[in-house]
Design a protein around this ligand. Structure first.
Ligand code: FAD
Length: 496
């Protein structure tokens, strides 16, 4: 492409392998990479310094790899339109190449501004998909098949070299301190594309073997779950790479136990995109209940929290609710930035049903704690575990049952709540029996109304999963986007 200049905008896709915009940039006369630390991100209520620290560590590895291929990675701090405008004056790029992003509201609005800027500057912005999320989806029918087609498609050409951008040099990445942030003190996992592949290989080779039995307990899950969520969230690995490497491992593995475990893992990769698709289709769901019938029900839904619920929220965030399993999970999460699925669900269920808190504030707090924060999964799960989707079975987790099932000897609680059993440990913050009676009576009453049922059907059509027609991958687990129950079954609350 003579005189065409490509600017590759890196967002949450900090890798070389299977990076379609990067592969396209090789065709251009000259190219440069761009990484922007946006104040809108730093100031967003979901952002925590741990995210920025991990992002910068991934970016440092990426910058070195790109430099070796002759592509300078420019680093700017500022709002996107202003950054693009200044850079365009300096270096008249003709194309902006990036991946599509399903992000929170601030990034959604930013993308709209970037689109406007590109049009006004006559720059062609090419956005390419990087997972199974479909932009401008018309219908959920056939979605799973489409996901599989995308995942089985060849990976993008590996970059071998770039023609270079005359006069542009790579720039140093800022430190946390230069960005005005202090470290969270947490030990972060190894960052970057190399670490991501190592985590995947290590999981597929052996770590996955007990996956199905081990993923529910907070004692065994940290080792036996893949721990790939953070790499998928920051894009150090593409979903297609994980899918294809896993399928190849299954195909070449004569070990039935391991293959069975990996099948179970592989099905979750589809859930990842299934949940992200919901936010893509309905960006407002990060702030508003999907089911309008539950609007205004809980504390903090449209009105400020009163003193009682403020104290409940505070106690939940600090891991001092007087429910040892809840407090242990919260403390583990705060210390490490990760928690397994079941325990995440229990924390949210406790906030929603026991404490009667609306999901938005607890969700923002958890978003800051989860290093793997992925908006589409996160807000879908916050709503699902709080019973505000209108289409999922109400799942109320009993902390005592979770402790019996997944920490029968009390080792996990002893590790994270050493004062449990002494006078230093608080009394339960709410009475479980009366709190759950109130929650169930209120919610079942609402769900039974004709309006709620009508709305549930519309929500199911728009967001619910369809029977995929894909091979069955074993018994469905909590959190799986299975075909939704209908009629009375949908109205039953289950105690987990
Ligand atoms: C309230 C709540 C909030 C959550 N927020 C996030 C989030 O911000 N980011 C995030 O990646 N996951 C989130 N999850 C889903 C799940 O808990 C994590 O994906 C998982 O614990 C990550 O660990 P892993 O990579 O070892 O998972 P594995 O068990 O090894 O699973 C492999 C991958 O499959 C996907 N996956 C697994 N379970 C789910 C699920 N239930 N829904 C969607 N995708 C899934 C993830 O990409 C995960 O990395 C949330 C769950 C709940 C209940």
């Amino acid at each position: 492409m003579s005189s065409a200049r490509a600017l590759v905008w890196f967002k949450r896709d900090l890798r070389l392998f299977d990076h379609a915009p990067l592969a396209q940039a090789m065709q251009f006369e000259s190219a440069a990479g761009l990484l922007v630390i946006e104040p809108e991100w730093l100031h967003s209520p979901e952002c925590d310094p741990q995210h920025v620290a991990f992002y910068l560590a991934c970016a440092a590895e990426l910058q070195a790899k790109l430099a070796a291929l002759g592509l300078p990675l420019l680093v700017r701090t500022g709002s996107m339109p202003a950054v693009l405008q200044a850079l365009h004056q300096q270096w008249r790029f003709t194309h902006l190449l990036s991946h599509e992003e399903t992000g929170p509201l601030w990034s959604y609005r930013r993308d709209q501004e970037v689109a406007r800027w590109s049009t006004s500057a006559s720059v062609q912005w090419l956005e390419l998909p990087q997972n199974g999320v479909v932009r401008r989806l018309r219908s959920r029918d056939g979605w799973a098949r489409r996901w599989l087609q995308r995942m089985n498609a060849p990976t993008a050409a590996e970059p071998t070299g770039f023609k270079g951008a005359a006069g542009l040099q790579a720039e140093a990445l800022p430190s946390l301190r230069e960005l005005g942030l202090s470290t969270s003190g947490r030990q972060l996992p190894a960052a970057g594309e190399g670490a991501a592949w190592h985590t995947l290989d290590d999981f597929l080779a052996e770590r996955a073997r007990p996956y199905r039995q081990a993923l529910s307990s907070p004692l065994t899950a940290p080792h036996s779950c893949s721990r790939l969520s953070v790499h998928l969230a920051f894009g150090t690995l593409s979903m297609r790479s994980v899918h294809q490497t896993t399928e190849a491992r299954i195909a070449g593995c004569g070990d039935r136990e391991l293959a069975w475990a990996l099948r179970s893992f592989a099905s979750r990769l589809r859930w990842h995109c299934h949940f992200m698709q919901k936010l893509e289709d309905e960006p407002s769901m990060e702030c508003h209940n999907l089911a309008k019938s539950v609007n205004g029900l809980r504390a903090g839904d449209g009105t400020p929290l009163d003193a009682v619920h403020t104290e409940r929220l505070q106690a939940w965030c600090e891991g001092r609710t007087g429910y040892p399993m809840v407090d242990a999970c919260m403390r583990q999460l705060r210390a490490t930035g990760w928690l397994n699925f079941r325990m995440r669900a229990m924390l949210v269920s406790f906030a929603a049903y026991h404490l009667w808190l609306h999901w938005r504030e607890p969700g923002l707090f958890l978003a800051r704690q989860f290093l793997d924060f992925e908006p589409g999964i996160h807000w879908s799960q916050m709503q699902m575990q709080s019973g505000t989707t209108g289409i999922n079975t109400l799942r109320i987790y009993s902390p005592a049952k979770q402790a019996r099932d997944h920490d029968p000897e009390g080792r996990y609680v002893a590790q994270w709540v050493p004062e449990f059993g002494s006078s230093a440990y608080p009394q339960p913050i709410v009475d479980e029996v009366s709190a759950l009676r109130h929650a169930k009576e209120t919610l079942y009453g609402l769900r039974n109304s004709p309006q709620a049922q009508q709305q549930a059907q519309a929500l199911q059509d728009k967001h619910g999963s369809r029977k995929s027609g894909l091979p069955q991958t074993g018994r469905r687990r909590a959190g799986a986007p299975a075909p939704q129950p209908s009629g009375q079954a949908r109205l039953q609350g289950e105690l987990f």
